[in-house]
Structures are given as C-alpha cells and as structure tokens.
Design a protein around this ligand. Structure first.
Ligand SMILES: *Cc1c(COP(=O)(O)O)cnc(C)c1O
Length: 477
C-alpha cells in the first residue's frame, strides 16, 4: 500500500500535532520575521525529487531547518501588519477532519454533508451578523465559502454582468459598455475582477470621496450613474467597502445601494476585514443598509479565527450565480441536481472542485461560540482605542486617520515622510513587532492592525515602548 496505514498515520500524526503545538507555544519568543535572503529556501532543495521514500519524522527536522526560519509569523502576537490571518488551533481541528474525510464537494451529490454544512453555517452566520433572512438558503438567497474575497468579487461581477444583460451575457459576453463603480480606497481585487471579466481598464469608474472623507460620495455616484446611463453605458455593479484596507473607511452602504438600484446595478459589499465585527451589537451599524444590497462578503480567515481560506460570500438571490456560471457536461449530469432541490456549489464559483471549508468554520463556531468570537474582536478594538489615545497624547506622533475598529493609522509629526519611514523601519527591525505602511493623501503612513490570535495589552505596551523610544520621533520634534 503506497499510503500510510491508519495505525502508522496515528503514530506520525501525534508527532506532527506535537510539532504544531510546540511551534505555537514558542512563537512569542521568536522574532515576527527573520531576515531572509531571496532564494535561500529553494537552495536547500536538491534539483531532483528523491527516488526513494524517506522517513516522515525526518521531514519535521527539515521543516525546522528550512521553513521555520523563512516563515513570516502571521500567528505571532507582534504581527500587526496588513490584516490578520487568524489560523486558530480551533480551526485546525476542523481542517484535520475535513482533510481526513477528503471529499470533493463540487456537487451536492459528491458530498451532501460538505454542501449542507456550508449552507447551515453560512445561514447561522448571516443571522448572527444581522444580514437578515433574505441572505439565508431558507430565505431565497444563500451563503457560500469562497477561497478569497477576490474570488467573491469576481463571481459577484459575473452574476451582475449576466443580470444587467437581461440574461444574454453568458451567450454574448461583454459589449464594452459595462461599467463598475469603486473609489480610490476600494481593494485592488475589484480592479482585477474587472480586468478578468474582460471589461478592460475603461470598465472601472472611480467615484470621488465625499468632502473631508475617504468614503464614496453617494451624490457623486448618482451623478456618474446618470451621465453614464444617458450616454448608453451600462452601470453593472457598484462596490461599497465596509472597512477599506488602507484606512478602514466605511462607505455609506444604504445610499450607495439606493443609487445603484435606481439604475439596475448590482451592489456588492466588500467587508472582507471589518464585516465580521457586525457579530457585536455595538458594531452592527457596519451592515446598515445591507438589506438593500445584492451580495456581501466578509473573510472568516482574517479576523474570525478561521485558517485561510474561508471567505464568506452571500447573495440575496440564490439563482443569480448559477444563472451566470452553470455549465453541465454529460459527466456532471446528476439526478439530485436535476431535481432542483439542492445547491451545487460548483455553480457559485469559478473552479469546479472545492474543499470542505465549512468544517473548520463549524469547529470555530462550536468551540468559541458567538460570545467567544465577540470577545476576540472586542479585545482588539479596545487595543486600537488605547493606542489611538496614546498617539493623540504624544507630542511626536499623530493619527493620520480616525481609528477604525482595530486599525490605527499613525505617523510622526513632521513636514516630510522621512521620520515616519525611519520609524517603520526601526520598529520592524526589532523583530518584536511587524507593521506595514499605506499612503493617505500622498503621505506615507504606518498602519497598526491588531487582530493576531494572542495579541494582548502586553503586546500593545511592547509596541508602544518600541515606537516611542525611536530616534525618528525625537528628530522630528
Ligand atoms: C483583504 C481584503 C481583500 C482581499 O481579501 P482576500 O480574501 O485575501 O482576497 C479585499 N477587500 C478588502 C477590503 C480587504 O481588506
């Protein structure tokens, strides 16, 4: 037998689980990142794969030598860069089960459990987030777990193109008149979706910010839609972002959805990072107006304890994605599908095949409960509020934008960006914290995005010490 027998697997898997547990237990005493020379990992490999089988125990030694030193430690409590990527140990338990079952859930019939667990947990989460019954599978819409928010935006656009064409898009493709509306803060995945869908650069329309904000101006949107429509262009989709990647800005979903609907355009809400916060009643305002939109996406794999990939994507019309994407060659013909009584998730995404992603999400919901998830989110929001207060009170630092949930954008008080760039380089060189930059109105800004699994007040204090002892701040004063 080429594979491990189950008893041998049992023995080895215990060793591998011990390895993971030891790695996580020792994470905080390592730097967030080591210096890595490009090509150094590849250089540790022979050019040819081994002909003979080798001991799987020995692979862990290789991982220690080759992988661990060149891994950016996203699960480290000092990781505050980009947005978090919570690979909770809770979710890994679900991953083990999903991998152990090993189904391929392209059709309902290829694993009814794979499909229906996904339906059940996305329905539960639609309710917990306050999206409303219309987004549940029992309410005419439904949720799915995509690999990423980028894929969710793409399939939303494909469904929107099909709907805007009156159902001809899947036969005729695009005409070149289709337009998609975003802002300068919208995630680049929307521009990529527009490109992949064949609309070209001209298909993307950038709506200005409302005065004094970094959020879409709904009046400007309405005017653009009006002008474009009068010139024979087709407004296909408007993307409202709840929690932009740069600064955490929240577009006015309700006004945007009203403007979009009056031109028959699809409203997609990209809440990849921030949407999960709507689990907390005090942040429920983030999804205000969601009952008017066509699709909503938030990533469980960022800030909701679920190992990548698990992007939650809901549509209000369960028929919209299959209408655009369904194709049934003879080898996928299936009586359950033909009955119309089941969801075949292959019709909700670009690839045919799909993993049992819902299993790890179920493990998280089971092991944490909604209260556990809320406590996780609230803890990081409190850290951001505390950091923002300290920045406000510090003579050498300033906020570059209002804090948003667990995201703080700061810079050194100075006329040029040199000291802020220097500060970022100094913080990251310590290995105790890892921050990433963005740009606001042409100025270089440091983002502090709290949200790693074990980040606590102690790590905020450590970051604050590192920040404030930097000569970059002193030099600017
Ligand atoms: C992170 C992010 C994305 C991309 O998310 P993926 O799931 O990694 O594709 C899209 N939009 C926003 C607002 C994000 O923060």
């Amino acid at each position: 037998m080429p594979d491990l027998d189950p008893e041998e697997f049992r023995r080895l898997a215990h060793r591998y689980v011990d390895w993971v547990a030891d790695h996580r237990a020792g994470l905080a005493s390592r730097p967030v990142r080591d210096d890595v020379v490009p090509g150094s990992v590849r250089a540790a490999f022979a050019a040819e794969a081994a002909e003979e089988p080798q001991e799987l125990e020995a692979l862990l030694d290789r991982v220690d030598d080759v992988v661990v030193p060149a891994d950016t430690r996203w699960q480290h409590p000092g990781f505050h860069a980009f947005f978090p990527a919570n690979a909770s140990l809770t979710s890994l338990l679900g991953e083990i089960v999903a991998g152990g079952l090993g189904p391929q859930g392209m059709l309902w019939s290829t694993s009814p459990a794979c499909t229906e667990v996904e339906q059940a947990v996305t329905d539960q989460l639609a309710r917990a987030l306050g999206l409303g019954e219309a987004f549940t599978h029992t309410g005419g819409g439904g949720g799915s777990i995509q690999d990423s928010a980028s894929s969710a935006a793409l399939v939303a656009l494909l469904a929107a193109l099909h709907r805007a064409s009156g159902g001809t898009w899947r036969d005729t493709g695009v005409s070149g008149t289709e337009r998609v509306y975003v802002t300068a803060e919208t995630h680049s995945s929307l521009a990529k979706a527009v490109r992949v869908a064949g609309l070209g650069e001209r298909g993307l329309r950038v709506v200005p910010f409302a005065p004094g904000t970094r959020t879409m101006d709904p009046l400007a949107l309405a005017a653009m839609l009006e002008v474009d429509a009068s010139q024979g262009l087709v407004p296909v989709m408007v993307c409202a972002t709840v929690g932009t990647t740069g600064t955490g800005a929240v577009d006015p979903v309700r006004e945007i959805a009203v403007a979009a609907a009056s031109h028959g355009a699809w409203t997609h809400v990209d809440a990849a990072w921030a949407g999960v916060a709507a689990l907390c009643p005090e942040f429920r305002h983030l999804v205000d107006g969601v009952e008017l939109v066509d699709s909503f996406c938030t990533d469980a794999h960022k800030w909701l304890l679920t190992a990548f990939d698990a992007s939650l994507f809901w549509v209000r019309d369960a028929t919209a994605l299959p209408a655009a994407l369904s194709l049934t060659p003879a080898y996928l013909r299936d009586s359950a599908s033909d009955s119309g009584a089941v969801v075949d998730y292959r019709d909700w995404q670009v690839p045919l095949g799909r993993r049992f992603r819902a299993m790890k999400l179920w493990a998280v919901l089971h092991g944490q409960g909604l209260e556990g998830l809320r406590a996780h989110l609230r803890g990081h929001v409190a850290l951001a509020a505390e950091l923002a207060g300290r920045v406000r009170a510090h003579p050498g630092l300033e906020l570059a934008a209002e804090p948003s949930l667990s995201l703080v954008c700061l810079r050194v008080r100075a006329d040029d960006d040199g000291p802020t760039r220097q500060l970022l380089a100094e913080v990251n060189a310590t290995g105790r914290a890892f921050l990433s930059p963005t740009e606001i109105d042409g100025r270089f800004v440091i983002r502090v995005a709290f949200g790693a699994l074990t980040t606590s007040g102690q790590h905020l204090d450590e970051l604050w010490t590192i920040l404030t002892r930097s000569p970059a701040i002193g030099a600017a004063r």
